[in-house]
Write a protein that binds this ligand. Structure first.
Ligand code: FAD
Length: 376
């Protein structure tokens, strides 16, 4: 019987498994995918995410991550660009998530692939989990790290910006050299799209759009691409002569942007199950990794799940709230036009700062996100 059962082997689940196993806990992790897989993600690794991955022993350069030094924002004909305050990195989730899972296994966690949790309920002093393999597992402590996917009976509330859907598609660009070391954010009516290179000479186009706007296009990817080409001249130029890697994009509906879970109900909620920050910030992975480390620290210190959840919510709610306000402005016609007219490096730098995890909440920070103080 494991002491801790983790559902989901994305970054949050795998990172928590690593920290807990390193602390000497017996950990079992269920991941529904049998092997490496793609995810809807812009794949931009912020400074904070890189820091967390380094602490887990992940060598991003050895995995093929490519550097990102500049952020450019475009709306129609306007373009503003500013250097990042750090060197970002870009690496496919197919490679990254596998590396972190392998690290968890090496630390001693028992990883079970190709098993999907289907039910979760309280049972005695612990949790009973049913799986699609017909098994029932029991553990005293349960970490929920299913990311974008909600377990039946454990649906997350919608969050303040609940009406966006996301798409991701890799492209081989006719000219990839001129995109190197840059992440581009293209604003278009009802949405925004990120474009950057990942390893293997592929460009990752990842975008979000209002569900209603996509429905008005007949819910067709081809119509959405035509809309992007028509409204984003810079993106149209990038995609001119480009070939897609797959016939269809990956898609995700009903993203609960802005959600911060304050109640735990006894479960340790990690990553996107704990908080969902709008994608343009490129901070979702860093938040997932932080939550995993913080949860493991609280758990090892003998604290309760509620105490962890409340601390995480307190530390991250300002950042998530500011980012969600900006995200709403980026997709609403008038605010978007105003932002598009002010693509000044100073404003862009302010936007970047406002959407980062506060230093005090990070590892080694004064408020000590990782210090499990107080009772709970
Ligand atoms: C459009 C878009 C663009 C983004 N771009 C970026 C970016 O550029 N940079 C960034 O840092 N963040 C970005 N993010 C956010 C980032 O993708 C997430 O915050 C991050 O993946 C959360 O990690 P996680 O481990 O919580 O969840 P996930 O990565 O979703 O992992 C969850 C895992 O659980 C497994 N699982 C699900 N259900 C079950 C089940 N029932 N049983 C067993 N296993 C299960 C899944 O297979 C998956 O492997 C973006 C998000 C979106 C939507």
């Amino acid at each position: 019987m494991p002491q801790v059962l983790i559902i989901g082997g994305g970054l949050a689940g795998a990172a928590a498994a690593t920290w807990l196993a390193r602390d000497g806990h017996e950990v079992q992790l269920l991941e529904r995918e049998r092997g490496p897989h793609d995810k809807v993600c812009g794949e931009f690794l912020s400074f904070e995410a890189q820091d967390e991955l380094r602490a887990l022993g992940i060598d991003l350069a050895a995995l093929g991550a490519v550097p990102i030094e500049t952020v450019a924002v475009e709306r129609r004909q306007s373009r503003g660009a500013t250097p990042l305050a750090f060197t970002g990195l870009s690496l496919s989730r197919r490679v990254l998530d596998e590396a972190v899972l392998a690290g968890a296994a090496a630390a001693g966690a028992r990883i079970q692939r190709g098993i999907r949790a289907t039910t979760l309920r309280r049972s005695g002093a612990g949790w009973k989990v049913g799986t699609d393999a017909g098994e029932t597992l029991w553990a005293p402590d349960l970490f929920l790290a299913t990311g974008k996917h909600d377990l039946r009976g454990w649906r997350r509330p919608p969050g303040p910006q609940p009406d966006m859907i996301g798409f991701k598609m890799y492209w081989r660009l006719a000219d990839s050299r001129s995109l190197e070391r840059t992440v581009e954010l293209h604003l278009f009516p009802s949405g925004y799209a990120g474009l950057q290179m990942v390893e293997g000479d592929r460009a990752n186009l990842c975008l979000v759009i209002h569900k209603a706007a996509f429905t008005a296009m007949g819910g067709r990817w081809e119509a959405l691409l035509a809309h992007l080409r028509e409204t984003c001249p810079g993106l149209a130029a990038r995609l001119s002569g480009a070939t897609p890697w797959h016939a269809r994009p990956l898609a995700i509906a009903a993203i609960p942007y802005g959600l911060v879970q304050r109640q735990s109900e006894g479960v340790w909620r990690l990553g996107d199950q704990a908080a969902v920050i709008p994608s343009f910030t490129g901070e979702g992975m860093s938040l997932a990794l932080h939550s995993a480390r913080q949860a493991a620290t609280f758990f090892t210190a003998g604290r309760r799940a509620e105490a962890y959840q409340q601390r995480l919510a307190r530390d991250l709610s300002g950042q998530v709230r500011r980012s969600t306000l900006l995200s709403r402005a980026l997709v609403a016609p008038f605010p978007q036009a105003a932002i598009g007219g002010m693509l000044h490096p100073t404003l862009m730098r302010w936007m970047l700062r406002a959407t980062r995890i506060p230093a005090g909440a990070r590892t080694g920070g004064k408020a000590g996100m990782l210090s499990p103080r107080g009772s709970g």
